[in-house]
Design a protein around this ligand. Sequence first.
Ligand SMILES: [Mg+2]
Length: 169
Amino acid sequence: MAERRALFLDRDGTVNIDRHYVHRIEDFEPVPGIFELCAAAAAKGYALVVVTNQSGIERGYFTMEQYEALTAHMRCLFAQHGAPLLDVLCCPFLNHPDRKPNPGMFLKAAGKWGIDLAASVSLGDKPRDVAAGAAAGVGANYLLDAEATACPGAAGIVATPAQLIPLLP
Ligand SMILES: [Mg+2]
């Protein structure tokens, strides 16, 4: 099977509004433009992969079962918008090679799904998302932040997810 390219997405603050340790469906509000971006990326042949730090699990704020129920809801939303997710990886730990800014989740997804990281793109709302993608060898790592003027290692900064659409190779 030929290698595929992926659009890696952070979750909180990128897919959904960051309300700090979101774990209930009623608190899961999509970021405006995220489905528009993902449907456009899917149409261009990008596999969609969410990579999310969820230390609230180790901290005891919510359980893996609650996380998984919310993930199922999120997958349904993406599918309904013509942008089904290939995979959702999470790191529930505070100190772990999978926790961003470490590259573990990107590398796992690449190995599992045959993803060409250099041909892939990432979007996250924190410099640690950019750092993790860069450490994994993702070709272009974008920061989603309407206020930021610079981010070391970022290919660029966008104010909304939809602004990434014309930047996708
Ligand atoms: Mg985030």
